[in-house]
Design a protein around this ligand. Structure first.
Ligand code: SAJ
Length: 412
């Protein structure tokens, strides 16, 4: 059988490669010539453990190739971005463009799967765009028109573990029809060893959003506790550790805010779909988004009275032990500190990167330095990411020799 995967990003390319490794003939489609060329050479355009081996192997075997536009296939998997625009609206234009590119390739009988994280109703919208271009097809055989089977199958893989979790995670498959869900299950069974759970498309769409909102709301609870505890002079990590001894309590960890491209975004899809009712979900987003400013204010207060203060900012990534800086609260905090403390210096320590991102590299009062260097020179240090390298036992200089603000509870 043959599958076309539209969008060769963090999800599409691993999915294409894993299908190809199971003897499916896969065409990867992307609008970026650079990505298409890289894949056809057997290279990967971004870093994900083991992905390069899969891609190189599949290309050598002739099972995976890439192109700028789709060709006819038995199944199409759409894995394009669904950004949330500045106007606070989901942007489905990439899905629309994918639908319009697929439509002319259809003969009837194909399976179409939307994998992109999507607002409720997006799978139906994708089907509508296809049927607009192809009124000779149908979703259910009505008017004896040939059928296309449309389903939503969200992914839930954790960056850094994608090639493992694609195989081992359970998957939710939601069809616009029951038959579409069953056909989608048959396709995922080719590589997925987890349980495959069938439902309708809109429930599958919501399931993905709800999973990430659940985590966001729970992190917001921890972040709110950290602000309350700070005002009361209580150690929040001690508080949470104790409370978590209760058999039905499991509080997450506070931090400098919530980053990454999923948890900080997906809840807004729910808020947009139910603005009056999604009150807790919206407030959680606001609580988490307010946390970086709270950290900035702490640092400024700590540096008060120090002439031209030097601040060590430990960590830039959005979470521990990765190099991913997307939507990172640490990055926001450093940028803002550099603005607000024009007479000071911000020493950034990030063992996972070689150079600062552009907006920080451009500033004369921000430097990327070693951990030792930073702790030696700093008047104030702020721990932003719980990288292993920052554990107390891995530090040669002792942190308490400077004024320190620990947003992750590692230096207690
Ligand atoms: N964080 C805290 N406190 C915690 C846990 C996390 O402050 O107790 C922060 C992290 O530092 C980070 C952010 O939350 O800034 C998100 O990190 P994460 O590890 O919770 O999640 P992601 O964004 O790497 O991946 C999530 C996962 N979703 C869930 O765990 C429900 C993953 O399974 C999804 O596939 C992914 O989002 C996605 O693509 O949607």
């Amino acid at each position: 059988s043959s599958v076309a995967v539209i969008g060769l990003g963090y999800i599409g390319l691993p999915t294409a490669a894993i299908l190809a490794s199971q003897d499916v003939t896969v065409l990867g489609v992307d609008i970026s010539q650079r990505t298409v060329d890289a894949v056809n050479r057997g290279d990967v355009p971004f870093v994900e453990p083991d992905l390069a081996t899969y891609v190189a192997g599949a290309v050598t075997q002739g099972k995976l190739s890439a192109a700028l536009t789709p060709s006819p296939a038995d199944a199409f998997i759409v894995a394009v971005p669904t950004p949330f625009t500045d106007g606070m609206k989901p942007d489905l234009s990439y899905i629309q463009a994918a639908a319009q590119a697929i439509a002319p390739q259809l003969q009837g009988g194909e399976l179409l799967i939307l994998e992109s994280t999507s607002p409720p109703g997006a799978t139906q919208r994708m089907a509508d765009w296809i049927l607009e271009a192809r009124p000779d097809l149908s979703l259910d055989g009505s008017g004896s028109r040939p059928v296309i089977h449309v389903a939503h199958c969200p992914e839930r893989v954790l960056p850094g573990r994608v090639m493992i979790e694609l195989v081992t995670n359970d998957r939710i498959v939601g069809g616009l029809t029951a038959e579409a869900a069953e056909r989608a299950r048959d396709l995922y069974q080719v590589f997925c060893q987890g349980e495959i759970l069938l439902t309708d498309a809109v429930t599958a769409e919501m399931a993905k959003l709800v999973e990430n909102s659940f985590r966001d709301v729970n992190i917001a609870f921890a972040n709110e506790l950290s602000v309350i505890s700070d005002n009361l002079g209580i150690d929040v990590w001690e508080l949470i550790r104790l409370a978590n001894h209760h058999p039905r309590v499991n509080i997450l960890q506070p931090g400098p805010g919530v980053g990454g491209h999923c948890i900080a975004v997906d809840p807004w899809f729910i808020v947009d779909a139910a603005p009056e009712d999604a009150r807790l979900i919206r407030t959680a987003r606001e609580v988490n988004d307010a946390k970086p400013q709270w950290v900035i204010d702490k640092v400024r207060t700590a540096a008060e009275g120090v002439a031209s203060p030097t601040v060590a900012a430990l960590g830039l990534a959005f979470k521990a032990n990765i190099d991913d800086l997307r939507e990172s609260p640490a990055r926001k905090i450093v940028e803002q500190l550099a603005d607000e403390m024009a007479d000071g210096t911000i020493l950034v320590v990030e063992p996972h990167i070689e150079e600062l991102p552009k907006e920080l590299a451009n500033r004369r009062n921000v430097e990327l330095v070693s951990l030792e260097d930073a702790l030696m020179r700093a008047d104030v240090s702020v721990l932003l990411v719980d990288h292993d390298a920052f554990h107390q036992e891995n530090l040669r200089e002792s942190v308490p020799s400077t004024i320190s603000i620990d947003t992750r509870g590692m230096w207690r």
